[in-house]
Design a protein around this ligand. Structure first.
Ligand SMILES: [Zn+2]
Ligand SMILES: [Zn+2]
Length: 350
């Protein structure tokens, strides 16, 4: 049986919708018909620069997409966590639960997780969920949760991972650098976690306007104003209790440190290319006593909790979706839109 998949055949942006065999499943796998998959900026970077662990391991062609939901259409004999016909959200990878990091609860660092990626990827008509222990990565969607909301469990889980690790003390002033989709989710979660005020910082007025519509208490355009000065004026010269950097540049990493109050904490959420370095003034660490954390990706627990927040209506995931496409041709268009910083989440719905 054949299917279509949006496939990266060359760097940059060589995305073609091609025919390929529907993945065959063995006794521990199951097969999902994709109904919703959203584009992540990680996919955009991979398609522009080839920076993705899977491309590093296996080269091209490669099928991007890792935020997906769909209907189970076939299950292996040993799979007992799902059955045919169920609507599911599936995390892109699965920790084994058995290796040394997994046994310490550090699922993020599972030795085997990179081999558990869905195949061939999310932007395909069907994808295979390989291996044992699929129950950790799979959530059966409640009737009230749509496929597109299910797909958004993945980016929300990444943000949840950051918020849980950083911790937002009740009544905090939180500054978030980067008013993109992840910045917006972080804002919503920071409020749910007890932030008194969230300051959104970006260099794009349009995005900052959207941030206000989405519930930001204050916005600062760092291209026009001295963000640190403005923030200090609005916080009684304190600075932010918690700063989350969601851009991933050396400048914004440094800005994040400046914005934190003495004794505050900073989470570096935005990824930079490997090998990048950032200079940190030593007084920030010593005299300012900042707590620095970094987060990337999420654990199965974050994924489950993300979907619980969506189901309970505690996070309004749908409003992040600005573009919907009903064919895989929309993948390339979505990438073009993201490169132009147009819109928020782009969703392929099949
Ligand atoms: Zn993602
Ligand atoms: Zn493991």
């Amino acid at each position: 049986m054949k299917m279509k998949a949006a496939t990266l055949v060359e760097i940059p942006k060589g995305i073609k919708v091609v025919d390929m065999p529907v993945p065959e499943i063995s006794e521990n796998d199951f097969l999902v018909k994709m109904h919703a998959c959203s584009l992540c900026y990680t996919d955009v970077k991979a398609c522009m620069y080839g920076k993705h662990f899977y491309i590093a391991l296996n080269g091209l062609p490669w099928v991007p997409g890792h935020e997906m939901a769909g209907e189970v259409v076939a299950v292996g004999d040993k799979v007992d966590c799902v059955s045919v016909g169920q609507r599911v959200a599936v995390a892109p990878f699965n920790p084994c639960g058995q290796c040394p990091p997994c046994k310490l609860g550090s699922h993020r660092f599972c030795y085997k997780a990179p081999n558990s990626f869905v195949q061939p990827g999310g932007f395909a008509e069907y994808f295979k969920v390989p291996g044992e222990g699929a129950s950790l990565r799979t959530i059966v969607l409640p009737e009230t949760v749509s496929y597109e909301e299910g797909a958004l469990a993945e980016p929300i889980a990444c943000c949840l991972h950051a918020i849980r690790k950083t911790g937002i003390p009740l009544g905090s002033d939180v500054a978030i650098i980067g008013a993109g989709p992840m910045g917006f989710i972080l804002m919503e979660l920071a409020k749910a976690d007890g932030a008194a005020r969230v300051f959104m910082i970006d260099i794009d007025d349009q995005r900052l306007e959207q941030a206000l519509e989405f519930g930001a208490d204050e916005v600062i355009n760092a291209a026009k104003d001295n963000a640190n000065q403005v923030l200090r004026l609005k916080t009684g010269f304190m600075g932010a209790d918690v700063v989350i950097e969601a851009v991933g540049t050396a400048e914004t990493y440094q800005l994040a440190l400046e914005l934190a109050r003495g004794g505050g904490s900073v989470n570096f959420f935005g990824g930079m290319p490997s090998g990048s370095t950032v200079e940190i003034p030593s007084e920030m660490l010593h005299y300012q006593e900042l707590t620095l954390t970094g987060t990337s990706s999420f654990s199965p627990d974050d994924y489950q909790k993300a979907l619980k927040l969506i189901t309970a209506g505690r996070i309004d995931a749908k409003r992040l979706i600005t573009h919907r496409f009903d064919s895989l041709d929309g993948v390339l268009e979505s990438i073009e839109l993201s490169l132009k910083k147009e819109g928020m989440k782009k969703m392929i719905l099949l």
